[in-house]
Each structure stands twice: as C-alpha cells, then as structure tokens.
Design a protein around this ligand. Sequence first.
Ligand code: B12
Length: 215
Amino acid sequence: MTRDEILTKLSEAIVDNDEDAGLEAIEQGIKEGLSPVEMIEQGLSAGMLDVGEMFEDGEIFLPQVMMAASTMANLVEVVQKEIPEGEKAESAGKIVLGTVEGDVHDIGKNIVKVLLQANGFEVYDVGRDAPLESFIEKAKEVDADIVASSALMTGTMQFQATLEEMLKDAGIRDRVKTMIGGAPCTDHWAAKIGTDAYAENASEAVTKARELMAM
Ligand code: B12
C-alpha cells in the first residue's frame, strides 16, 4: 500500500465510521513508516473535514457526526501512542489550553494538546465548554507562558476576544502570550482581537508556540 492509499483509508475510516478499518490502516501506516502526525493530520482529520462537509450539505445528520467524532477520538488515541515522548528534561513552556465556553468541540484541541506535549510543553487542559474564568484561574495558578483557546463556532469565537479583555482586566495580559485556533479562526481574526498568534493546525501550533516562547 502506498502512503496516499493509507491516508485515504484513514480518512475513509472516519467517514464510514469504521473503527476496525481505521485500526488496520494505522497498523499499515506504522509498517510503511508514516509519521503519527501525518496520519492524524492528513488522514484522520481529513476524514473529519469530509464529515463536516457532508453534514453541511445535509447528506448526514448529527448522530452520524457524533459517531464519526467518537471513532475519530478513539483512533487519535491509538496513533497518539506512536508519537515519541518530548524531551522531558526541560519544559518548553507552560500552556493553558481549552475550548471556550458554549463550545463542546474538543477533537482539534485534543490533537493540539497531544502535539504540544510531545514537543515538551506542559499543557494544562481546562477542558471543553470551559468558563473563561477557568483559563484565567489556571494561568495564574501555574504561572502560564501561553493561554491558548479553541473555538469551532462563529457564535463562540467571540469568547476568544472576551478572553483577551479578561486577561487584561486580571492584570496578567502582559505576562502571558495568547494563541487561538479552531476552524472559523483566521490570521485576520487573531489580529482583530489582538492575540499573539493563530495556528491553522496542530503542527503549526507547535511552531507558533515555540516562536512565542522565543519572543
Ligand atoms: C465533530 C463535530 C461535532 C461533534 C463534536 C465532538 C467533539 N467531541 O468535539 C458534535 C456532534 C458533538 C458536534 C456538535 C455540534 N456542532 Co459540530 N461539528 C463537528 C465537525 C463536523 C468537525 C469538527 C472537528 O472535530 N474537526 C476535526 C478537527 C481535527 O479539526 P479542528 O477542530 O478544526 O481542529 C484543528 C484546527 O482547527 C486547529 N485547532 C483547533 N483548536 C485549536 C486551538 C488552538 C489554540 C490552536 C493553535 C489550533 C487549534 O488544530 C486542529 C488540528 O489540526 C464540524 C465541521 C467543521 N467544518 O469543523 C461541525 C461544526 C463545527 N459544528 C457545528 C454545529 C452547528 C454544531 C452544533 C450546534 C449542532 C447542533 N445543531 O446541535 C453542536 C454544538 C454544540 C455546542 N454547544 O458546542 C457547526 C458550526 C457552525 C458555525 N459556523 O458556527 C459546524 C461547522 C458544522 C456545520 N457546518 O454546520 N459537532
């Protein structure tokens, strides 16, 4: 099987909600030397994107999206075990990460978390549908370097802007960097609300987090 065939199989496993086919493809991927990150980002996530489009087009309904999401989470967990541990000696930085309140989408956030951890960052996960106060509290508690928020809906991305204001009000905005992500977010949105970084996917999140630490 070629690399592309394996990635297609991974993506189809999500669309077809076929966990066994996914597990098989992961095994093949490992054998063929595909990296865990490419299996997650170019295989599984691509499938989830297709599911999103099918939902938008009315081809499938919410229960199917929920099943695909659960298959996605299970398969990511399997692939995740193949990611080499980050250098544990010294922390690359402390990051508070969560999905903003009102928003239960956490698949992307969890992938970002896995990759940040694999690259030596200490991640403090405040979860999904996380009250904005919990980001602030956690950032204070652990003396965070970066506060990172995920939003998947146009209705909840506004909370990323509110979080910026709340960090200012709490008097810690000058001590932390902020980073945002999630499908509706863009560089333009990041600039508009004044965050320090935006990343389109999990690997870019690692690059951007490193850049923020070097600032
Ligand atoms: C799976 C899914 C669900 C699952 C979520 C399961 C879970 N545990 O996460 C379930 C079925 C529960 C769900 C529910 C709902 N959903 Co939904 N869902 C999706 C779907 C199909 C895929 C999202 C996903 O997991 N993508 C795969 C991951 C890997 O990608 P990602 O999240 O974008 O993350 C990547 C990047 O964005 C980035 N990233 C993500 N977070 C962060 C954070 C930081 C800091 C950084 C740097 C980077 C970063 O890195 C990630 C990895 O590469 C999207 C469609 C879409 N196009 O996004 C709709 C979508 C987001 N959902 C939508 C809606 C409307 C809902 C519901 C309101 C449906 C309903 N009628 O009840 C509810 C929401 C309830 C709520 N209050 O939150 C809409 C939102 C529309 C909008 N523009 O506001 C979408 C766009 C579908 C649509 N077109 O209608 N959903």
